[in-house]
Design a binder for this molecule. Sequence first.
Ligand SMILES: C[S@@+](CC[C@H](N)C(=O)[O-])C[C@H]1O[C@@H](n2cnc3c(N)ncnc32)[C@H](O)[C@@H]1O
Length: 230
Amino acid sequence: MSHEKIANLFDDWAKSGRGERMQIGHGDVVEQVVADLDVRPGHQILDLGCGVGWATRILAQKAPGAQAIGIDVAPEMIAKAEELSSYTIRARYEVGTFEHLDFPDEKFDHVFSMEALYYATDLPQALREIHRVTKTGGEVNVVIDCYAERESTHAWGHTLGLDLHVLSEADWKQAFEHAGFTHVELTRVKDRRGAGVEGDFQASEHFPSWEEHVAYHEAGSLRIRAKKPF
Ligand SMILES: C[S@@+](CC[C@H](N)C(=O)[O-])C[C@H]1O[C@@H](n2cnc3c(N)ncnc32)[C@H](O)[C@@H]1O
């Protein structure tokens, strides 16, 4: 799977307004995870696969003087992120890939990512890069919606025409540990709004039936939390 193919797909999403709409779908889970992060004044935060940057901006406002940088392979996502940004928020956005992070070693106190890492073209290389740019003692929080134990997501790669890393929880833990991270914890985060009501449900390419939508909701998002040890 090439970066160009991924960028083309997500450029189209950005142009059709789907970048902003992801905040509606992912917002509650991100709110719960971000509430739990120990972001201190002056901390440097990286948001991987930032899309239109809504989570980057939330992260940047978590503590005085904190700065968040969002990177994304899709230039149209970054263009939207810049449009939606404000000079009063210490957030900036760059076109870049997980596999080559254009930052010095040990720059970030926190690395965050919502619904993006399983698109990596080279997952071990991406994790090595994340480890390299994380400060010693720093923390990584990766949240994903598509993983092996959540069967309702298994067809997503086929639907999108992309090769996704649909890993089990045990495989994610092993991949992070292999990259040098410790204290790797896996937890599920459920959207507090619930699955909704059947009468309002509309079938889509991701959720062909109400039952699949409910099963998806009940499984929750997978949060992978890891530390770069001292
Ligand atoms: C499902 S979207 C999530 C966007 C955002 N985090 C959100 O929740 O709104 C996944 C994003 O990851 C980006 N992405 C996928 N693979 C990437 C890679 N290898 N390097 C950098 N960005 C990538 C895509 O361009 C896309 O914007």
